[in-house]
Design a protein around this ligand. Structure first.
Ligand code: SF4
Length: 89
């Protein structure tokens, strides 16, 4: 639960400039650390957010940093190039 609290507090910080790619809707970040109540799964296994237009900053900006991305990197459509790695604040 501590990572979730930290993610919420730091969500007011900007997204790291080195982030590349785009969300592919895998839904992995919507299950950290527990599955979000607003996450919906279609019969075809695709995920959607039922409050997408008003989702909070920690969802809107995820992954805001390389450290956040490390928790979902297997399926996430975003990436952080190895060059120019900055230390997470
Ligand atoms: S983990 Fe990445 S690709 Fe998957 S839903 Fe979250 S932001 Fe989108």
């Amino acid at each position: 639960m501590i990572p979730k609290i930290k993610r919420t507090i730091t969500s007011l910080l900007p997204v790291d400039d080195s982030r590349e790619g785009e969300c592919n809707g895998c839904g992995d970040c919507c299950k950290l650390p527990f599955r979000c109540a607003f996450l919906k799964e279609s019969a075809k296994g695709r995920y959607t957010c039922s409050i997408y237009k008003v989702r909070p900053p920690n969802c809107r900006k995820f992954p805001r940093s390389r450290k956040q991305w490390e928790t979902v990197k297997e399926n996430c459509g975003y990436s952080f190039p190895d060059v120019g790695i900055r230390v997470e604040n």
